[in-house]
Design a protein around this ligand. Structure first.
Ligand code: TYM
Length: 329
């Protein structure tokens, strides 16, 4: 039997090249080597307020985008988290074995709670729900960007604690980062991770940006006071542009060095924009075709949920038995 892969993405903001290079590209690549489950995590999205109408729409659009980037419903399951209640059931059981101190130490919790006056308990519980997502399917491999590494580590800690309290129940998952592009930085602020939630026209390249907008954003990207690429003194902005190019092109380090050494920033940016446009054009074309087909996305989501719900329910059952909760015999 093939080992299982699980990963998720929130239906908030608009998916960008950081999501693509850090995670989604890998999802499509490894789906044939594993039994893959990819999840639109709407229950995670509501840890911050979402406009209900917009959220519904974004779930559909994100599903269309995941199909457009190459998630193949004949090989992978593509589901919406809230369609499978077992995620929440297992999350509660895991909550009860998770020390609050572990959750308060999470970088994402600290950042989100610092930015809000009052925060919902969901922000604190967020990584427990994520642990439930992963453990529910005995996932061995979790393809994510670098910012999720801490959450996967916590998932292992929670699984270990559960296993030691109640007996071997969960499989230990492992993070799978891409070799290049695990952390794409904002074009305007290369010290900060490219983020879906940052509103700013020059921050992120959305997967649906038209070519002229992509070129404009890349040409405006922050660099430094050097005139040309110097690999001995790479500023964060130039390093980020080179990473973006390399992740899209899949060139080797040596080829990138040889090609870009001494290149003026204007030309570097032009070539980076070209590689992004060339990669996104076919994805955008497929996206529009998919969204024009009235029931295709809904059908994929429903069939996938039907296929994997029994796996999720079996794990909940196993965890309930392990904990001594009521299960009808
Ligand atoms: P989310 O929706 O923030 O991001 C989806 C994926 O994109 C990656 N990513 C990036 N990679 C490189 N550079 C960036 N600037 C960048 N920004 C985002 C993320 O690492 C992620 O892989 N908590 C998760 C969703 C989740 C999940 C899960 C993931 C819920 N349950 C279970 C894996 C397994 C999140 O908010 O991802």
């Amino acid at each position: 039997m093939k080992a299982r892969v699980f990963s998720g993405i929130q239906p908030t903001g608009s998916p960008h090249i950081g999501n693509y290079l850090g995670a989604l590209k890998n999802w499509a690549k490894i789906q044939y080597d594993y039994e893959s489950i990819y999840c639109i995590v709407d229950l995670h999205a509501i840890t911050l307020y979402q406009d209900p109408k917009e959220l519904r729409q974004k779930i559909q659009e994100l599903a269309g985008m995941l199909l457009a980037i190459g998630i193949d419903p004949a090989h992978s399951s593509l589901v919406v988290q809230s369609a499978i209640p077992a995620h929440v059931e297992l999350a509660w059981m895991l909550t009860c074995v998770t020390p609050v101190g572990w959750l308060e130490r999470m970088t994402q919790y600290k950042a989100k709670s610092a930015a809000q006056e009052t925060i919902g308990d969901g922000i604190l519980q967020y990584p427990v729900l994520m642990a439930a997502d992963i453990l529910l399917y005995d996932a061995k491999v979790v393809p994510v960007g670098d910012d999720q590494t801490q959450h996967v580590e916590l998932t292992r800690d929670i699984a270990q604690r559960f296993n030691s309290l109640y007996g071997e129940t969960f499989v230990m998952p492992e993070t799978r980062l891409p070799s290049v592009g695990a952390r794409i930085m904002g074009l305007d602020e290369p010290e900060k991770k490219m983020s879906k939630s940052v509103i700013g026209s020059g921050h992120a390249v959305s997967l649906l940006d038209p070519p002229d907008l992509i070129r404009k954003k890349v040409l405006r990207a922050t660099t430094d006071s050097n005139p040309a690429v110097d690999f001995d003194r790479l500023g964060p902005g130039v390093a980020n542009l080179l990473t973006i190019f390399q992740a899209f092109s899949e060139w080797s380090d040596a080829r990138v060095r040889q090609h870009f050494a001494g290149m003026r920033y204007g030309e570097l940016k032009k070539q980076v924009a070209d590689v992004i446009v060339a990669a996104l054009e076919p994805i955008q074309k497929r996206y529009h075709e998919i969204m024009d087909e009235a029931t295709y996305v809904a059908r994929v989501l429903e069939e996938s949920a039907r296929r994997i719900t029994p796996i999720a329910n079996a794990t909940v059952e196993k965890a309930k038995r392990a904990m001594g909760l009521y299960t009808p015999d």
